[in-house]
Design a binder for this molecule. Structure first.
Ligand code: ZN
Length: 390
């Protein structure tokens, strides 16, 4: 029985207020120990249950009594400096959790459901010094391509991929790189929704729609302060798309993300948001496309052919066969030829064909390389890449 389960058993047997802080600490400790990115405390058919998300996959952890869960949620709210008695509105806050002398940033969010409140704790364990472009596991050619784009005085670096593909971490690593390059007096600002972690040296603002501080509004007023580098969490609407592109054309380096499947798709997303193809072609410096695959557990992976391995399962990986995650990436730098193709306003397919050979390597190539090196399995790569998988 792990410490958490002992704690749950003890606290459930005697759901005394005094046990609650220990229980909450045990839950977060267990999440950190398992390398979880999120810990969920959510209503279940009977009482509540704890689930963790590890390497992008849910793990059921433990059932918890209703009384204990409700007290734990109140405790989490107190730690996050939120209003405990407000259970009918979503709330979001921050707390710090320390285990073995290492401090972890936790973003706690609370959401009302028909069965009760659901609490999600997102854990950020990487220290700032570890938040480096070279430490993300990206292929070297891609890292140097990104660094090249970041050395430009202006333009957009678009990071594309679905939710949970490492876009935010990568954008933060880009900011950390720029801070190092340009020094602490560089004028770096960010608008995020929400601010996931604090970066000393960067002026960070969180979007607050309740206060009418939208991406577009924050952007417009920030640009008047003439920042050198601007990190914008995500381009979601046409107004934000327009302002970002304009900023990228008028002396600002803009780092941002779009919800798009690949490089050509990222451009078409801008165009669908009302940006003229020639504007997109002039403003965008590069598109970085990301996915995350689970890494085969090196202690138990099984070789099935000379170029392929499969997951097995051992104590080290809690029988999952996987341990941690690795990025798959492709970079599409926009040069004169690419720019020319983009200006023609081609369809996605035609654009993909014309831009195909300009990419460093495709996501698929990157996956093949990882499969051949025994870093991930073919099944895992297909799970992540879907139809376009290897
Ligand atoms: Zn293993």
């Amino acid at each position: 029985m792990t410490r958490l389960m002992e704690q749950v058993a003890a606290a459930s047997a005697d759901p005394d207020e005094r046990n609650v802080p220990d229980f909450v600490a045990a839950m977060l400790n267990e999440a950190v120990t398992r390398d979880a990115t999120d810990a969920y405390l959510e209503p279940a058919p009977q009482g509540y249950r704890i689930r963790f998300r590890v390497d992008g996959v849910f793990e059921d952890v433990e059932g918890v009594s209703l009384t204990l869960a409700e007290r734990a949620i109140s405790r989490l709210k107190v730690l996050s400096k939120l209003v405990v008695y407000r259970r009918e509105v979503p709330q979001e806050g921050h707390l710090r959790h320390t285990l073995d002398g290492v401090e972890h940033d936790v973003r706690a969010s609370f959401f009302p459901t028909v069965r009760g409140e659901r609490a999600v704790c997102r854990l950020f364990r990487r220290s700032l010094s570890e938040l480096e472009l070279g430490g993300l596991g990206l292929p070297e050619a891609i890292v140097s391509g990104i660094e090249q784009s970041l050395s430009r005085p202006q333009g957009l670096l678009l990071v594309a991929g679905p939710a949970g593909s490492g876009k935010t971490t990568t954008l933060y690593a880009c900011l950390a790189y720029l801070l190092k390059q340009r020094g602490q007096f560089a004028n770096l600002v960010s608008v995020e929704d929400p601010v996931e972690r604090e970066l000393p040296g960067v002026h960070q603002t969180a979007v607050n729609t309740a206060q009418d501080l939208t991406y577009a509004r924050a952007l417009r007023s920030l640009l008047r302060q003439d920042p050198e580098v601007l990190l914008l969490g995500e381009i979601r609407d046409s107004e934000t798309a327009g302002i970002s592109v304009e900023a990228g054309l008028t002396g600002h380096l803009v780092l941002t993300s779009v919800h798009a499947a690949d490089g050509p798709d990222a451009f078409l997303r801008l165009v669908s948001l009302g940006v003229e193809p020639f504007m997109a072609a002039s403003a965008v410096a590069a598109v970085l496309v990301l996915r995350l695959v689970r890494r085969l557990c090196p202690s138990c992976r099984r070789q099935v052919s000379d170029r392929e391995w499969e997951p097995a399962g051992c104590d080290a990986c809690r029988q999952t066969g996987f341990d941690g995650r690795l990025p798959l990436a492709e970079l599409l730098p926009v040069d004169a030829d690419t720019s020319q193709a983009l200006r023609q306003g081609l369809s996605s397919r035609e654009l993909a064909r014309q831009l195909g050979d300009r990419r460093t390597a495709t996501l698929k190539d990157c996956a093949e390389q990882r499969i051949g090196a025994g870093e991930t399995s073919r099944g895992e790569a297909c799970r992540v890449l879907g139809n376009s998988g290897p």
